[in-house]
Design a protein around this ligand. Structure first.
Ligand SMILES: [Zn+2]
Length: 242
């Protein structure tokens, strides 16, 4: 299916809410999680990405996060991030819900942003609640300790075994339920509860559009499916929605 069909869908069913996953950031050089070259092919998520692993061995988990912060620090927003920020500024996109923790939407200029898996913007102390911004955390690597009580900090990203931030997931569910079109970009829609957001859109009579490399479980229920790269597809979409 074509970008023209996607543009027509968005013109006819406002507002458009966007849901992004790791696939929008791979073009910025950030590896995804589940592909054969993804992060979980090298790092077992049970050892590096669960809250239990962090509580058991935070030094080991920070070795992993230190490397990720290095990659994220070198990354720049790509054409896909920039096109979504433009579409928001022109009034076509109401909000972006993202599973990504990389801050690239914010750096590209998106304003109405819901980060349902948290972000690397801050790390927090689980004992005294001190919140430390990213630049200070980077300066404290390889193992950042709380400047107040010296406990090892935890990155403010949602780990497996943790609940999603309640305010963010509630906002995401509200936006998805109100969307005329929910445009999914770069997510294989496999991780719940985020993968359930499109069902809320469909249940309320909204339409679903999917831009992703590879199939998703909801392709059959989408009005438009584009098997393609996020950057080129969203740039072409922004050019059609002047
Ligand atoms: Zn502390």
């Amino acid at each position: 299916m074509s970008v023209d069909a996607l543009a027509d869908l968005i013109r006819g069913h406002r507002p458009c809410v966007v849901l992004t996953g790791a696939g929008i950031s791979t073009e910025s050089g950030i590896p995804d999680f589940r592909s054969p070259t993804g992060i979980w092919a090298t790092y077992d998520p049970r050892e590096y990405a669960t809250i239990d692993a962090f509580l058991r061995d935070p030094v080991k988990v920070w070795d992993f996060y230190g490397r990720r912060l290095q990659v994220l620090g070198d990354a720049e927003p790509n054409e896909g991030h920039r096109a979504l920020a433009e579409l928001e500024e022109r009034g076509w996109v109401k909000a972006v819900i993202t599973q990504n923790i990389d801050r690239l939407h914010e750096r590209a200029g998106s304003r109405a942003l819901v980060e349902v898996h948290g972000s690397v913007r801050t790390s927090s102390c689980l004992d005294c609640g001190t919140v430390v911004p990213l630049a200070e955390v980077v300066a404290l690597l390889p193992v950042p300790h709380c400047p107040n009580c010296n406990r090892i900090l935890k990155p403010d990203v949602v780990m497996f075994g943790e609940l999603l931030p309640p305010a963010e997931i509630a906002r995401a569910e509200q936006l998805a339920g109100e969307a005329g079109v929910l445009l999914v970009v770069g997510s294989s829609l496999e991780v719940y509860p985020v993968a359930g957001l499109p069902l809320g859109t469909l249940a309320n009579g909204g339409r679903l559009a999917i831009v992703n490399r590879g199939a998703t479980p909801l392709d059959a229920r989408a009005s438009v499916v584009i098997d393609g790269g996020a950057g080129e597809t969203l740039r072409a979409l922004a050019d059609r929605l002047e």
